[in-house]
Design a protein around this ligand. Structure first.
Ligand SMILES: Nc1ncnc2c1ncn2[C@@H]1O[C@H](COP(=O)(O)OP(=O)(O)O)[C@@H](O)[C@H]1O
Ligand SMILES: [Mg+2]
Length: 258
């Protein structure tokens, strides 16, 4: 258990935090994500889910924390290219093993998980393999990009719920602070593919688009985060070589796009 979690912490002291490295987001969260939390990062295509997740992991690796990116949607070679757009990215983070990128489709092949619909025993095999990765890598920060691509292969809602519960238990047992990427359509009205995922996680970042005077802006909101008070205000996100910059925005002339 982290030091900040102990009963001996002085009154008013927050739980131990896992700083995202995105300064304004850490300020909203009073220092960062409460360590050990699982957070859904929901948003439509191009809203910055992968970029935010990469920044979170690079920052962790820079602090000496083992950081693991499980990629379902993009080959890891492409992710490395994306990371190069950040001034603060150093390839040594990967060569030193602090930042570990895993291609999940390659893993599927190795495990023989080639059915369109995953059976319960295949889901179990995947979870066991994931647990093995966590034990071996001693990862403190984990990203699964995306949960949607994985959940897509689990057809029944009760199986998705069961998968989510087991996944949360495994991540909690290893004290990982985790971002689960959720791909949703614009204006989807829910935060995940099946709608059960957001109920199980500890936190939820919602990324989206908003139109202002003909421009489409990226926006971010912290919808939920167990273990800390936080603002639920909407922030405008700017992607820059020094990372994501957030600024509170005035709603004048702004329309939600989802
Ligand atoms: N450092 C950066 N500076 C400017 N634009 C960026 C940067 N990093 C990513 N982008 C752009 O942001 C967009 C969204 O990125 P991405 O994180 O892949 O979205 P999502 O994962 O939500 O689909 C892409 O079009 C990408 O080119
Ligand atoms: Mg992405």
């Amino acid at each position: 258990m982290a030091a900040g979690d102990s009963g001996a912490a002085p009154a008013g002291t927050a739980r131990d935090r896992c700083p995202t490295g995105i300064e304004a987001l850490d300020n909203i969260l009073e220092g960062g994500i409460p360590r050990g939390n699982t957070v859904l990062v929901a948003g439509s295509v191009g809203t910055g889910k992968t970029t935010l997740s990469l920044e979170f992991l690079i920052h962790g690796a820079e602090r000496g924390e083992r950081s693991l990116f499980l990629s379902v949607t993009e080959p890891t070679s492409k992710l490395i290219e994306n990371m190069r757009s950040f001034e603060f990215f150093r390839p040594e983070l990967i060569t030193s093993g602090k930042l570990l990128l895993v291609d999940i489709p390659v893993l599927y092949d190795k495990l023989g998980l080639d059915h369109e619909e995953m059976r319960p025993d295949e889901i179990q095999l995947f979870l066991q393999t994931l647990e093995g990765f966590l034990t071996e890598s001693k990862a403190e920060r984990v990203v699964l990009d995306s949960l949607t691509s994985f959940a897509y292969r689990i057809q029944r809602e009760e199986r998705v719920r069961d998968f989510m519960l087991k996944l949360s238990q495994i991540l909690a047992a290893h004290n990982c602070t985790t971002l689960l990427v959720s791909e949703i359509g614009p204006g989807a009205g829910r935060y995940s593919l099946r709608g059960v995922e957001e109920a199980i996680v500890d936190g939820l970042f919602l990324l989206g688009n908003a139109r202002r005077h003909g421009d489409i802006l990226r926006v971010l909101q912290v919808i939920k985060m167990r273990g800390t008070p936080h603002s639920r205000a909407q922030y405008v996100v700017e992607m820059t070589p020094i990372g994501l910059l957030l600024a509170p925005h005035l709603k004048g002339g702004l329309t939600e796009e989802g």
